[in-house]
Design a protein around this ligand. Structure first.
Ligand SMILES: [Zn+2]
Length: 354
């Protein structure tokens, strides 16, 4: 058997600073399982976790990586696997961990659990050959997807689904502005907007990314540049009305524009702050246009099963799929982090365990 290894954040540093070390994978506790990972996928959270978040101390040393897929290798005492899974079979991971017994968990709002935490952020994650997760966090891999595709799916699709359906209350026929259409979560949102009967106006940084947004089903694609003229174009495309939902994850740099292009009665849903976490805005725009601002963080684990059942309905022509920009070898995880930070790719960055 090849040597087991993992990447560790021993102290916070720049993207690419986690250090490789050999380790002995532990036996799973009761209710938990051990997965031999075949692939993992990166998220912005890998970078935040590596760099450190002011005012939010993380339990170092820590293995980053929220998303992963592999083979169920060992089960803790009393662990039961979700439907469709078996010991020795393949599975993908739902990255949100919660207690399972509090009122929020019991009503299915596991992401509101007081102990809620994401794998690779407050628990050792998937930048490793093996990972421990609660059995309840496993899901079957859809159809003939590769391990890389399975690893690239859960976090961004769960996040985008929660933002569009449950926070944004997107209705068929409505229009959504998707910032960062070339990002992992943006490329998921474009596809889900279409699957839900809406129209996506995607914003991207370059012409090359525009083509790929068309392919994913965006109704319109705008190449970023000057934000004032971008706002003008959005108003033009929507008959001066603005968009019904703004899919925000970019933060300070785009916030004022998000407010400006949001229609009366529209919703701005945000799950990130890539360009900065502090912003000021004109309250008159908020109340006069009766805009709702909703914060969103991950989503109900149950809704990953909803997404899986939507995929099962049309296996030959799936309504959405993870978009993979590039696959690294797991040994190159630090390089994969730097590639993600550079922001030049389209879609998800994944690592294959050789
Ligand atoms: Zn709970």
């Amino acid at each position: 058997m090849a040597e087991a290894f993992r990447f560790r954040i021993r102290e916070h540093g720049p993207a690419g600073s986690p250090v490789r070390e050999p380790f002995t994978p532990a036996a799973p506790s009761p209710g938990w399982v051990r997965l031999e990972l075949k692939a993992m996928a990166l998220n912005r959270l890998d970078l935040w976790t590596t760099q450190g978040i002011p005012g939010f101390p993380l339990p170092l040393p820590l293995t980053p990586g929220c998303d992963g897929a592999g083979v169920v290798e060992a089960m803790g005492e009393g662990s039961a696997l979700p439907p469709g899974l078996e010991l020795g079979g393949s599975a993908m991971i739902a990255p949100g961990l919660s207690c399972g017994v509090c009122p929020a968990c019991l009503r299915g709002d596991d992401m509101l659990c007081p102990t809620y935490g994401i794998l690779g952020h407050v628990h050792d994650g998937t930048a490793a050959t093996h990972v421990l997760v609660p059995a309840a966090n496993l899901l079957p891999i859809p159809g003939n997807w590769s391990f890389e595709q399975a690893a690239a799916f859960p976090l961004v699709f769960l996040t985008a689904w929660e933002m569009l359906v449950h926070k944004g209350h997107l209705r068929p026929g409505e229009t959504v502005l998707v910032w960062g259409g070339g990002s992992g979560v943006g490329s998921a949102a474009i596809q889900l907007v279409k699957a839900l009967g809406g129209s996506a106006i995607a914003v991207v940084g370059s012409e090359a990314k525009a083509m790929q947004c068309w392919d994913l089903g965006a109704e319109h694609v705008l190449v970023r540049g000057d934000l004032k003229s971008l706002a003008g174009k959005v108003r033009e495309l929507t008959g001066k009305r603005g968009v019904d939902v703004v899919f925000e994850h970019t933060g300070a740099a785009t916030w004022a524009t998000s407010l400006a292009v949001c229609a009366r009665g529209g919703r701005i849903v945000t799950c990130g702050a890539t360009t900065g976490r502090e912003t000021a805005f004109d309250l008159r725009a908020l109340f006069a246009k009766q805009i709702q601002i909703r914060g969103s963080y991950m989503g109900r684990r149950e809704h990953l099963w909803t997404l899986l059942s939507l995929l099962q309905k049309s296996p030959t022509n799936p309504p959405f799929r993870p978009v993979i920009d590039r696959i690294f070898d797991l040994a190159e995880y630090p390089e994969a982090q730097r590639h993600l930070e550079a922001g030049t790719g389209f879609g998800k960055v994944a690592c294959r365990v050789a």
